[in-house]
Design a binder for this molecule. Structure first.
Ligand code: ME8
Length: 633
């Protein structure tokens, strides 16, 4: 039996148009779905729309529309958006569908029959934006921090689910299953929340006030609370409780959400499942926020952080937008994104590194081997490429398994850069002119084509159309990940098509390109003399230990070996590096910086990192191994 994989997006509220935040989570889910299909998993991918509740009812009223017609329209907008972004969901569920309502009734009945439901009067602070009561602790200056509005005080008769009863059990479950909620920061947040009483959950609304919902099976004067209704979509879409899909996919369910809806997914949903006697989902994957014009974050055009994915898809193609969203964000963390950064990514990774290599190898194949992939005669000089190319799928699989998607893509791109270096070192255009260069020329061109075959399959989850185009342009068809572990699967003798469109035309990105901030800055930056620069002492250092700094999310305390000396440096790299991955790494230290105290720790110097200002930071280190302590000049 094949391995199964089930991934879900949140079902988006049908009260507003799809925007970049929805696009982001959905692109990540699509990446994972396509990745697992190519890796031989029996995969199911669900998206949909959340259509009941007060918020939708109010929005429909404001639009002067019948709620169902209103939902029909917006739900269709989401489906259209997913088509633009090439999303490959297997199902799209709407909470107003009968198949969903039937399962909601069934689960609510199970809770009722189990004695976990009671009726009470309740008074609390309700945020319509979140569609839930907020605790005093969740407020910031009296407002909901996500919707920047003061919640309304509400008092009404509701049915309650005995959620508090399951708090201790949930806490132990999360502790015993450290991968249940990831990244770990969110797991810790939930554990902290569960350290104190969570109260019971109001699961109904009086129909007199909110008529738009699913009537409770035991009291037609109340409708189900929208969160309880919505969460159940993940099971109803599979045909809970006896559908074949439910049996196959539920045990491996992975939800993808944004951090705004952590509590309903990490607390309401597992306790409801437990009370109803249903096994829990496998993983809750929590993404950070993209900063842009749809959330209430400060942003400005001059910072280049405004981006509409649908407009961008029209301008640069859906694959470029998908790639950008996956490559320039760290899953789990907040990121700011912008068109300027997209253009830079497009030009550097896609047009230059990948697109140019493909067109160069095609040009030489057309000119010198009759447009046919030659049979290779591998030599010692080819072994590094072969070893790196065949190891790639394992590395990428491991990174994606840990949701380190941008690193997985960067690993593939590093191999593309290695192929470019191989191409330049072997100089096939010179071999073509040498009297005895034919065989070597054929081998080099074959290896580039074979390398591109592997790259294209690994990039397919991120860029389905362009990745296939890479292979079509080389006369190759489709492959699975299982076909990437051995070198030489592009068949010699394959004819490449005579004509091919440029993979990533630079003009598309060039037209919109304004002067890059770095160039502008460069013109304004003060120049220094060699003597001034010589005052800065840079040295290679080796990280011996790395520890979190209590109370500071961004800081790591590093213990560095610099020759015979040991130094402590406090560095703001915690959002990008886990302490465990640092020991053994060589970095560059500004060794003669005046010591400074950070969070009570004396920091003796500073380490260098490249920061693109778009949420991506990488440490700078020596290109080859060299002793710690060596001076950098
Ligand atoms: O919460 N950055 O629906 P919703 C990243 N119906 N992701 C963002 C984002 C941003 N700026 N803005 C939104 C609901 N998202 C409920 C869900 S599920 C049973 C019910 C994404 O339309 C992110 O995934 O408000 C977030 O969790 C989701 O959209 C919220 O979508």
């Amino acid at each position: 039996m094949s391995k199964a994989f089930y991934v879900t997006t949140p079902i988006y509220y049908a009260n507003a148009e799809p925007h970049m935040g929805h696009a982001y989570t959905t692109v990540v889910a699509d990446f994972l779905a396509r990745f697992h299909r190519l890796d031989g998993f029996d995969t199911y991918f669900l998206s949909g729309t959340d259509e009941h509740g007060e918020k939708i009812f109010q929005a429909a009223n404001q639009a002067g529309m019948d709620p169902q017609q209103f939902c029909d329209r917006i739900s269709q907008r989401f489906r259209d958006a997913w088509q633009v972004l090439d999303i490959s969901h297997d199902d799209f569920i709407r909470t107003t569908e009968e198949r969903h309502k039937a399962v909601v009734l069934r689960l609510l009945e199970a809770l009722y029959a189990g004695g976990d439901i009671y009726y009470d009067e309740y008074e609390g602070l309700y945020c319509v934006g979140c569609e839930r009561f907020l605790t005093d602790k969740e407020l910031v200056d009296g407002q909901c921090p996500d919707h920047l509005r003061a919640p309304e005080s509400r008092r009404e008769g509701n049915y309650f689910f005995r959620m508090e009863k399951y708090r201790g059990w949930l806490r132990s479950y999360i502790r015993d299953h450290p991968d249940f909620i990831r990244p770990a920061g969110y797991k810790n947040e939930v554990l902290a929340l569960l350290g104190e009483p969570i109260g019971d959950l109001s699961i109904s609304r009086p129909k007199g006030r909110v008529p738009w919902g699913i009537e409770l099976p035991w009291d037609a004067e109340h409708v189900a609370y929208v969160w309880v209704d919505a969460l159940i979509n993940y099971a109803s879409a599979l045909g809970f409780p006896d559908g074949a899909r439910y049996r196959t996919y539920w045990p491996v369910a992975q939800h993808l959400i944004g951090k705004d809806i952590l509590k309903p997914h990490a607390v309401f949903w597992p306790t409801v499942l437990k009370a109803a006697g249903v096994p829990l989902y496998q993983h809750l994957n929590v993404g950070g926020f993209l900063k842009g014009h749809d959330d209430e974050q400060k942003m400005s055009k001059s910072l280049g952080n405004v981006i509409d994915p649908f407009e961008m898809a029209k301008k640069y193609g859906s694959d470029a937008v998908r790639y950008y969203l996956l490559k320039d964000t760290v899953y789990g963390q907040d990121s700011s994104i912008g068109e300027q950064f997209l253009i830079e990514r497009y030009n550097a990774d896609l047009a230059n590194d990948l697109g140019n290599l493909l067109s160069r190898v095609r040009a030489l194949l057309t000119r010198h081997t009759d447009g046919v992939l030659p049979a290779p005669a591998q030599q010692e000089a080819d072994q590094a490429i072969i070893a790196a190319g065949t190891a790639l799928v394992g590395q990428v699989r491991s990174l994606v398994g840990r949701l380190r998607i941008f690193e997985a893509l960067e690993t593939v791109l590093q191999f593309v850069r290695q192929l470019n270096r191989y191409f330049n070192d072997e100089a096939p255009w010179k071999l073509a002119k040498a009297a005895d260069g034919r065989e070597r020329l054929g081998t080099v061109l074959y290896n580039i084509a074979e390398g591109l075959r592997i790259v294209s399959v690994l990039l397919e989850p991120a860029m389905p159309t362009k990745a296939r185009q890479v292979r079509t342009d080389l006369g190759l068809g489709d492959y699975a990940f299982a076909d990437l572990e051995a070198w030489g699967q592009a068949a010699p003798g394959t004819k490449i098509p005579a004509k091919a469109a440029i993979l990533f035309p630079k003009s598309a990105a060039g037209k919109a390109k304004r002067q890059s901030p770095s160039k502008k800055e460069a013109a304004q930056v003060e120049q220094i003399s060699l003597e001034e620069f010589a005052k800065v002492q840079l040295r290679v250092a080796e990280v011996k230990a790395a520890d979190k700094v209590a109370g500071a999310d961004k800081l790591l305390k590093l213990t560095l070996a610099v020759g015979d000396e040991t130094r402590t440096v406090v560095s703001g790299i915690a959002p990008w590096y886990q302490p465990a991955e640092l020991p053994g790494r060589k970095v560059v230290l500004v060794a003669n910086l005046k010591p400074a105290k950070l969070r009570g720790i004396v920091s003796e110097g500073m380490i260098l990192a490249a920061d693109d200002g778009a949420g991506h930071l990488v440490l700078v280190g020596p290109e080859q191994d060299i002793a710690a302590g060596t001076e950098v000049r």
